[in-house]
Design a protein around this ligand. Structure first.
Ligand SMILES: C[S@@+](CC[C@H](N)C(=O)[O-])C[C@H]1O[C@@H](n2cnc3c(N)ncnc32)[C@H](O)[C@@H]1O
Length: 255
């Protein structure tokens, strides 16, 4: 990955870090809490006593939740501002400033579990990150990877309709891997940089870096949680829009 590209991503996340803290707080935003967290915890299983890497930890709230469940957590992120915020909020946890595609501070076969929550669509170097995930994971260990659904982009690409409809606008080929810049959304002031890749490219990247895909889900709200959602528009969005994909990968042998 070019140093310029990683610098661009680092400075983008430094810019939005404080607003990101507002977005996720101490327990995640609506999408995480109602849609993807239940899948994340189901895929992760019992983390008590496990050594867990929170890859792309951002402001560290998930690292803290993993720690509350008894895991020994290392959070890593490439943005210094994110790491500063994480350390300030959760001073007892171990946060490291580094890119996922250079985890040289960790030995081979070091961690039992990797959790990466909404990061892979944000990294320019997917294969570099996955190779490092495979290297630092113990044989028999799992990686739980949640990222924005590449088939149903958010931001400028979609409008909710009055009925149960959703209109998507594509201004490029779905099959083309490319960097995107979306205008600010919600309370953010900055454009958002992310990387589109077809779903099948993710799958091929997982298997080509030595992982076996053992589970896959498109997280969605379950009916028993409808009453918890704060307003109708959010509930509607949760009900009809697939925000993310969740993969559970196994490192079945040393690469
Ligand atoms: C959408 S935020 C998610 C943060 C956190 N996982 C959460 O759920 O709130 C994406 C995070 O990934 C980090 N990131 C992007 N590419 C990265 C890379 N190659 N290595 C480490 N962190 C990366 C960004 O700095 C940012 O903190």
């Amino acid at each position: 990955m070019g140093e310029n590209q990683i610098e661009e991503i680092r400075s983008f996340w430094n810019r939005v870090a404080d607003d990101w803290r507002t977005q996720v707080g101490d327990s995640g935003d609506t999408n995480r809490r109602f849609n993807s967290d239940p899948v994340l915890w189901a895929f992760a299983g019992n983390v008590k006593g496990l050594s867990v890497l929170d890859a792309g930890c951002g402001t560290g709230y998930l690292s803290n939740e993993l720690s509350d469940r008894g895991a020994r957590v290392i959070g890593v992120d490439l943005s210094p501002r994110m790491i500063d915020l994480a350390r300030a909020s959760y001073p007892d946890l171990d946060f490291q400033l580094s890119s996922c595609s250079d985890l040289s501070f960790l030995d081979n076969n070091r961690v039992d579990l990797i959790v990466s929550n909404y990061v892979l669509m944000d990294t320019p170097d997917l294969l570099g990150a996955l190779n490092e995930f495979n290297r630092v994971l113990k044989t028999g260990g799992h990686a739980v990877l949640i990222f924005s659904h590449p088939c149903f982009p958010q931001g400028k690409s979609s409008d909710l309709k009055e009925d149960d409809g959703l209109v998507y606008h594509w201004d490029f080929s779905y099959f083309e891997q490319r960097k995107n810049i979306d205008p600010p959304w919600g309370h953010f002031n900055s454009d958002f940089i992310w990387f589109h890749r077809p779903l099948s490219d993710y799958w091929k990247a997982f298997t080509s870096t030595g992982f076996q895909v053992v589970d896959f889900e498109e997280p969605r709200i379950t009916e028993d949680r409808y009453a918890l959602v704060e307003n109708e528009a959010t509930l509607k969005s949760c009900r009809i829009r697939p925000c993310s994909v969740a993969f559970k990968l196994l490192k079945s042998k040393n690469g």
